[in-house]
Write a protein that binds this ligand. Sequence first.
Ligand code: CA
Length: 225
Amino acid sequence: MINNTINKVLARCKGVFFDMDGVLYDSMGAHADAWSKAFEHFGIDFSPEKVYQNEGRTAHSTINLVYQQNEERMATESEIDQIYSKKSELIEAYPDAIPFIGAKVLMGELKDKGIDIWVVTGSMQDKYLEALLRDFEGLITAEKIISGRDVRHCKPHPEPYLTALHKSGLLADEVIVIENAPLGIQSAKAAGIYTVAINTGILEDCILMESGADLLFKDWKALME
Ligand code: CA
């Protein structure tokens, strides 16, 4: 039954939308650590596990959420600036994120089959978006990246994936999304897209399935097999 569904999805697949952190890059460990330490610097608790649970939000949204949960108010612009600067400073100390080999291999195979490749990420930083074009040269082009700058609402809102559908001219049932995070999965499913979860992080598989994933792989190796 599951195989039938997958075969139908694959048969009409004209595009694959990839999330970036945790799907294309083995980068989430560093982000989780940096976010957690940045909040800790200001005396606020935000565990790495909570970072994974909220992965996909913009920095602005993440900081506001933590303030709402811990301080029962929104963060001020100054607090947002300070915490985000601290997080950015901390992340600089980590080595550059490494692309997952499986992601490059799969993209190469998709490209050969004429399948459209898009990236849908909440990230807004030039540094990461430029690295993406460099690391996936020949596979990803700038106009096929939907970043945090292209949308008003971040994941879990469907807008990022709806924007990718609109710009690509593809229908929801012609596309597959590959995501690693609960909010990203919710965003893709709210946009009506078949969503494959790849659990590259520290959350239990069941959290990704409960977020609505149609299929789950424990890592890139399992997905490629
Ligand atoms: Ca992600």
